[in-house]
Design a binder for this molecule. Structure first.
Ligand SMILES: *Cc1c(COP(=O)(O)O)cnc(C)c1O
Length: 397
């Protein structure tokens, strides 16, 4: 059984803050600060370039890939870190399309995060010809999986509402129609157990600064199923994905398996911070995290609905159908969120009217949830959000 009091003690959370935005940016693991400082002083500072060998910097992307792989049900040796999620979406989609060369349609949904759709659109335009990005309603995805589709590209959890796609069922249907799948786990990894191998997913990608707590700008990860690992051609054929980077051949030859999905020099400082975040995950059982997350989200929904009748639940009511966030709609949601933040309850806002709250059992408990409900109820009941300063939109919402 996971000791959540112990995991909570491993994060540096500012006093007086109830942090319900770990679905956007996880907090600082206490150990990360000292660890990054040591890495800079002892490794970068003293070892200089020999750190690549002596300190094992070059092995960080696959080593950390395996530690994340444990949370997402990936086979060992099939996840690697690098770049940002937008790049990984492009990379996975490009490889998947090449593995299904007779088809030209990429299927996605309008609950996907815009960058995923932008990257797909950019890739298809570069490929030219008659490639098409087909975007349907989330509920229409299953019926739209036909033998015309090359790749089904979905984000498992809707970033606005938390609605969860059924990965196993949709992947099965896709395969029955000869369609390859690319799953974005941005709001899944670290939120609940994912079973990539069991679902027979073909490709998957995700970021590490949300539920995984790797820090702002932490690198993304990519998974390629073992059956494709040595046949998927890397479209972003960088030197560190080469079979022998230090042979400096003029011709590209892809590395073995997941190594070929590396592109360029890994971000060692960020990977060091991520290492501390993954040390916390070593103390947690992801099944316990899910069970606790369901308790916390149920408690929040019940509390808000009992005290704030103007707010409308935007997330699925059945916890089995949502990720680890809860969203409420309210026309003045932006102002309400600013009022909450002013009182130390940090969530975020997604246009046009969605207030999002993320629930992260590693450092959020029942008393935090109750505290957030009480403050929200006060703000709604007494219209404390109705002030001009809460209506000025900032750049990052
Ligand atoms: C957060 C998120 C991203 C962000 O991509 P970056 O390249 O890391 O900025 C992309 N896709 C989804 C689905 C996300 O939730």
């Amino acid at each position: 059984m996971t000791d959540f009091a112990a995991t909570k003690a491993m994060f540096d959370l500012p006093k007086g803050v109830l942090y319900l935005d770990g679905n956007s940016l996880g907090p600082l693991p206490r150990a990360a600060q000292a660890r990054v400082q040591e890495m800079m002083a002892d490794e970068w500072g003293q070892m200089l370039i020999t750190g690549w060998n002596k300190a094992g910097w070059m092995a960080l992307p696959t080593g950390l890939g395996d530690r994340i792989g444990r949370l997402i049900g990936a086979e060992p040796g099939h996840v690697v870190m690098g770049d940002t999620l937008s790049i990984k979406v492009y990379q996975a989609l490009a490889s998947a399309l090449e593995l299904n060369p007779d088809r030209k349609v990429v299927l996605s949904d309008n609950g996907n995060f815009p960058t995923d759709l932008y990257m797909a659109d950019g890739l298809l335009r570069s490929l030219g010809g008659d490639y098409e990005l087909r975007v349907v309603d989330p509920e229409a995805v299953e019926d739209a999986i036909t033998d015309e589709i090359a790749v089904l590209m979905l984000t498992e959890v809707d970033y606005r509402t938390g609605r969860l796609h059924d990965m196993k069922r949709l992947t099965e249907k896709a395969h029955a129609q000869g369609v390859l799948t690319n799953w974005d786990l941005a709001h899944s990894a670290g939120a609940f157990p994912v079973d990539l191998a069991g679902c027979k997913a073909d490709f998957a990608v995700g970021c590490t600064y949300k539920y995984l707590n790797g820090g702002p700008g932490a690198p993304a990860f990519i998974y390629v199923a073992p059956r494709h690992a040595d046949t998927a051609r890397p479209a972003l054929s960088g030197w560190l994905g080469h079979e022998a980077p230090f042979a400096f051949d003029l011709d590209y030859r892809p590395g073995e398996g997941i190594e070929r999905m590396r592109v360029g020099t890994p971000p060692v400082i960020q990977l060091t911070a991520l290492t501390s975040a993954m040390d916390v995950w070593d103390m947690a059982d992801i099944a316990d995290v899910r069970a606790k997350s369901v308790e916390l989200t149920e408690l929040f929904i019940a509390g808000v609905e009992a005290t704030c009748p103007e707010l409308q639940l935007a997330s699925p009511r059945d916890p089995a159908l949502r990720g680890s966030q809860v969203s409420f709609r309210f026309q003045e949601g932006y102002a309400v969120m600013q009022a909450l933040i002013a009182r130390g309850v940090i969530g975020d806002f997604r246009a046009p009217d969605i207030m999002r709250f993320g629930f992260t059992p590693l450092y959020i408990d029942e008393s935090d949830v109750q505290g957030a409900v009480d403050i929200l109820a006060d703000i709604m009941t007494n219209r404390l959000w109705d002030k001009p300063e809460y209506k000025i939109r900032q750049k990052v919402t």
